[in-house]
Structure formats: C-alpha cells, structure tokens
Write a protein that binds this ligand. Structure first.
Ligand code: NAD
Length: 339
C-alpha cells in the first residue's frame, strides 16, 4: 500500500515515543493525526504519555524495536485500520540517549540503532511511508576546534571508545537509512539533533540540565564535567519538534542539522538555575567522564535555507519552563532525592 493521502488523519508511527523528545512529538502530531507510539521503556516512562492514553487517536504498544513488529497482528490497532489505511509516516527515535543510559546499556543501544532502525525501515518500506530518522551531533565525534559542524563534516570518532555504542551505532543507523532509501526508493530522511532540553527529561538521567535542577532544588553541589570556560548549545524542545515536523513535511532527505547554534557558558547556565531555584548550591568542576564528550556547535544554514527553520525560544525562557516542570513533577520531593 502506498502513501496516498486518502484519509483526513494520517497514521503516524513513533518509535521511542514515550521518551523525552518522542512524547512531545506525540503531543504535537496527535492534534492532526493518529499516533501509534512504540516504546519498551528502557529509558522512557509511561508518565510521559499518560495524558494521551485515553485519546481515541492514540495507541501505545509496548515493544522492543530490536524485534520485528507486525502492526496488522495487533488487536489494539484495529481502530487504526492499518491493513487498509497503511502507515503514512514513521519517526525513528528509539535509542537510549543520555550518556549515563548508553553507558549502562551499550548492547541495547547498538541493537536499537541496528535492528531497531532496520525494523522501523521495514515498516516504512511495507507501507511506502515517509521515514524520519533522528540521528545526533554525536556522529561528528569530539569537536577538535570550536567551529560549528556543517553536515559535510565526517567526524572524529573512536569506533571502540566508551561512547562507541551510541555514536558508532548512530553512524551505522545513518548508513542503513541511506542504503534503504537507495534500494527501496522510500522517502527516508535524517536529522542530526544537537543538545535539546525541556520538561519531561528524567531528573536522574544524568544529562546536564536535569542534573543541575535536581541538585539546585536539593541544595547539592552542581558539578560541571569540564572547565569554567566550556560552552555548550541548548535547543528548547518546542523548537526541535517544529524542526522535525518541517523536515518530515519537506522534500529534503538530509542529513540536516537541527539545534541552537547560540553558545552559552556552562557555568552561567548553572548559576542561572541556582538563581531561579533560590538555591544555596555551589558549583564544582571535575574532568570529563570517559563516556561523555564536549558538545559540538551546529551549523544550521541548511535548515534555515531548506526548511525556513531556526530556534526562537530564548534559553532563559526554556530553562524557566523546565525548572517549573521539574519542581512540579510528582517525582520531585526534595526528600526523595538520593543524595
Ligand atoms: P529518551 O531516552 O528520553 O528517549 C528514547 C526513548 O526510546 C525512550 O522512551 C526509550 O525507552 C525508547 N527506546 C530505547 N530503545 C528502545 C527499543 N529497543 N525499543 C523501543 N523503545 C526504545 O531520549 P530523548 O532525549 O528523547 O532522545 C530521543 C532521540 O533523539 C534518540 O534517538 C536520541 O539519540 C536523539 N537525540 C536526542 C538528543 C537530546 O538532546 N535529547 C540529542 C541528540 C539526539
């Protein structure tokens, strides 16, 4: 069955839909389409999609994408009439993402990028669906100098290093998408996402902003793994979701960088979070953890030209919304933190 727009609401499949980025994508796409969300909860959570579970156009399937998936065999999907209507779009996000997570689950990370991407692509081939693969700035490896990465930079990556399950896994996935596109003539696209933040990041997932907020709220030390002058980039989640949907709706195949090219000193972000939370926390510095790397800066010229996309949410506004969410999150009572 081909990708014919004969229905007013498309059937859209999102792998990794119960994670941080995936759940925001579900929220946006459900406004106009039917959404099938696949997740095995290795790093995502039901809490992120709880509010959608009763929506008639939303279905959650608990499944490990490293295993094949026959959508037409699932009784829960009967209302989506998959055999008749098909699937029009697939967003492929399933993959442990925080360095702490892929360091703890390297084989699962490789499987998600290899088998998981392959089975998601097979679904796109079967239904002639458009496919958007979410890759990462990590494929560029360690930035050798502080210049923004353009898409034609090939990367400086250690294939057997402590980050290799993630960055080599994502490089393999990009190659798979590229060769499926050529062989099966599907409209398969790649975006390379740079550091993105916002509500629903797990407080304990080890990424910088949730770590800072968690520690600031409990007056613990905010640890910066690097030096005081290190800079990073931060894209707010609503900007990123807008870029992903524009990419899916475009005729571009990418790879296309999506991220916020503005750099900010990490210690200034930490200080701002301390101020916002009225915290007594102090900042300390430690060397980089072996499985983390300096953040690269995106060159987003291509996204500006081809998608008319660029981030609009100021860092301070994004951090305020994130702190508000994390403060209000049920998981947060100051006493519940493991100190
Ligand atoms: P996340 O960990 O919150 O989400 C990943 C989701 O994928 C989780 O819900 C997890 O349970 C699910 N998952 C993992 N393996 C799976 C499998 N085998 N089968 C089914 N589900 C599986 O991370 P995120 O920040 O939301 O990242 C989403 C995607 O964006 C990832 O592919 C990641 O590499 C990419 N990305 C994110 C960032 C960022 O800053 N957030 C930056 C670059 C790239």
């Amino acid at each position: 069955m081909k990708n014919k727009p004969i229905f007013d609401r498309k059937n859209i499949l999102i792998t990794g839909g119960a994670g941080f980025v995936g759940s925001h994508l579900c929220d946006e796409l459900i406004k106009h389409h039917k959404v099938i969300c696949i997740d095995n909860f290795i790093t995502g959570s039901e809490e992120n999609i709880n509010h959608l579970l009763k929506h008639p156009d939303f279905e959650f399937i608990k499944h490990d994408m490293s295993e094949p998936l026959d959508l037409e065999m699932l009784p829960e999907l009967r209302p989506f009439k998959v055999a008749f209507q098909g699937i029009q779009e697939v967003y492929n996000l399933a993959c442990p993402t925080s360095p702490k997570d892929y360091n703890a689950s390297p084989i699962e990370t490789l499987n998600a990028n290899g088998f998981g991407t392959r089975y998601a692509l097979d679904i796109a081939v079967k239904y002639g669906a458009k496919f958007l693969h979410v890759s990462t700035s990590a494929i560029y490896g360690e930035p050798l100098e502080a210049t923004p990465f353009p898409e034609n930079y090939w990367g400086y990556v250690d294939p057997v290093g402590p980050r290799s399950a993630y960055n080599e896994g994502k490089r393999f996935a990009e190659s798979l998408v590229t060769h499926y596109r050529a062989k099966h003539h599907i409209d398969a696209k790649i975006i390379r996402m740079f550091n993105t933040f916002g509500p629903r990041m797990r407080l304990t997932d080890g990424r910088m902003i949730p770590d800072f907020v968690k520690n600031a709220l409990s007056s613990q030390t905010l640890t910066i793994y690097g030096a005081a002058e290190d800079r990073s980039t931060y894209c707010y989640i609503t900007d990123m979701i807008e870029g992903m949907i524009r990419m899916m709706n475009s005729s571009e195949t990418g790879p296309m960088n999506l991220g916020n090219p503005e750099t900010h000193k990490i210690n200034e972000v930490a200080e701002y979070i301390i101020k916002l939370t009225n915290s007594r926390s102090v900042i300390s510095y430690k060397p980089h953890l072996p499985y983390t790397a300096k953040q690269g800066i995106p060159n987003i010229r291509l996204a500006r030209e081809k998608l008319g996309w660029f981030p609009v949410v100021p860092l301070e506004d994004g951090i305020q919304k994130t702190v508000e969410y994390m403060r209000g999150s049920r998981a947060i009572t100051l006493d519940s933190y493991p100190h």
